[in-house]
Design a binder for this molecule. Sequence first.
Ligand code: AMP
Length: 190
Amino acid sequence: MSSYSWKLTYFGPYEITSQVFYSTLHSYCLVNIKPLLPGHVLVVSNRIVPRFTDLNANEVTDLYMTVQKVQRMLAKVYFKDPESEKGGFGGKLEDGAFNVAMQDGVSAGQTVPHVHVHIIPRPKDSPQNDQIYDRMESEEGNVGGALWDRSRPVNQGKFAKPEESERKNRTEEEMVKEANFFREQMELVD
Ligand code: AMP
């Protein structure tokens, strides 16, 4: 059972109450100030702890169950329903893909020391010529990441690389508008 309440909420040191669009017993979801692609949101643990291993079993379960629910919501919003005659949205999970990622610690690129999972919807027609993991900071210097890269599927497993100049902090107004919309959409998914 989950519910949304307007309680004062922090993402690491940042007060982000108005950007929260869903909350559960142990987690909450917020819209991103600098999305790499449309729909790039974060699922965050309620407890402000930096490392994934700081979470207990209930918190881990809650965090990733919430990730799944947010994926179902994002699919409806960003993926096209192939059966829609007008080419409309309202798609299902299988009508697209996602990047689901966590940077667990500073040398893995984590910039906000508060456990969070990135979710980025990838519609089927989204461009494949991207390097989103490269942009998730410091991966070139990360031996583990570099090793993992050797076996990573080439074309479809990477985060997008928008030009840095296109990546501006969004205004509070934009973020609140998106959070309000996602909050309504979350009511419509199981
Ligand atoms: P990471 O680099 O994995 O720690 O990810 C931090 C994420 O938080 C990035 O996607 C940032 O764009 C996002 N972010 C940082 N500060 C804020 C904020 N005040 N509100 C929303 N998102 C934020």
